[in-house]
Design a protein around this ligand. Structure first.
Ligand code: ADP
Length: 262
């Protein structure tokens, strides 16, 4: 009988190799689990998108066929139906644009830079000149607003979405004031955008950051229900959090945290 005696060094390196194989197997199993989870999320996303697109499409088809089938309606209610068709087309367009934005969103730390927020917000306000000057809107920015460290296009989107939402969901019975500022501790900057608009019912304060969720009292305002979902994705990609405090009829304050400039 042939006896193979292993040298102790050979045995050690064989054990190390086996351990390494075990670790790799475990990593592979964890990665496969993650992939399955992502696949489920993606499937849920496709379901939500197709469900969400179906509502405006069937509304457009419905109103268009009333106009086609019943010529008598044309004289009396055509304007109303055409306006409804237009509203649904606007919503479809907003959903498609926001989904496009979502698909392009690829934030990694290599693209981070120090951003002068005074300048960034001024650019947004100039770009939103029409919305701001069409009503009584005052925007008060904290004079020493600290710079942020992050992805410029992403943070531009965050501030512009929060400011435009404050305008969209304003109380038309009184002038709108938007305050933008920052509180900070040792590690974090906590930025806020505050308005004195319609406010958000407590049942919706968490879910408005989910896909396609719109709080009850916004029937007349068009939107995709994707804005705050994208905003949250951007903040989370920066390692931060976002939440809202609000009183119905009094206004809302959106807070988000970012790590301090390194
Ligand atoms: P959209 O504006 O397209 O509906 P968002 O994701 O931006 O979608 O917002 C989700 C919902 O949160 C809105 O439909 C609205 O009900 C509510 N909301 C967001 N911002 C405000 C605000 N500043 N004041 C009151 N309600 C708001």
């Amino acid at each position: 009988m042939l006896l193979v005696k292993r040298h102790p060094v050979e045995r050690e390196s064989r054990d190390a190799l086996l351990r390494q194989i075990q670790e790799l197997k475990q990593q592979l199993r964890a990665r496969t689990r993650e992939l399955h989870q992502k696949e489920d999320e993606l499937q849920h996303l496709f379901y939500m998108i197709s469900h969400e697109l179906r509502t405006p499409i069937s509304a457009i088809r419905g109103f268009a066929s009333i106009l086609l089938d019943d010529p008598a309606t044309l004289a009396t209610e055509a304007t109303d139906y055409l306006q409804r068709i237009q509203k649904n087309v606007d919503r479809l367009e907003k959903i498609v644009n926001d989904l496009g934005l979502l698909s392009r969103l690829n934030i990694n730390e290599n693209s981070f830079e120090v951003i002068n927020l005074q300048e960034l917000i001024s650019d947004i306000l100039i770009g939103s000149y029409d919305q701001i000057h069409s009503g009584q809107v005052t925007v008060a920015i904290q004079p020493d607003l600290p710079p942020a460290y992050g992805y410029r296009e992403g943070l531009h989107h965050v501030f512009s979405n929060l400011i435009l939402n404050a305008i969209k969901y304003r109380k038309h019975s009184k002038p709108l004031t938007i305050e933008i500022g920052c509180l900070q501790d040792e590690f974090f900057l906590k930025y806020y955008v505050r308005d004195n608009g319609i406010g958000i019912p407590s049942a919706y304060r968490k879910s408005i950051f989910d896909m396609f969720v719109r709080a009850g009292n916004v029937k007349k305002v068009s939107g995709s229900g994707l804005g705050l979902y994208i905003v949250r994705r951007i903040i989370q990609a920066h390692g931060g959090e976002i939440w809202v405090e609000s009183k119905v009829g009094k206004g809302s304050t959106f807070y988000f945290t970012l790590a301090k400039t390194p």
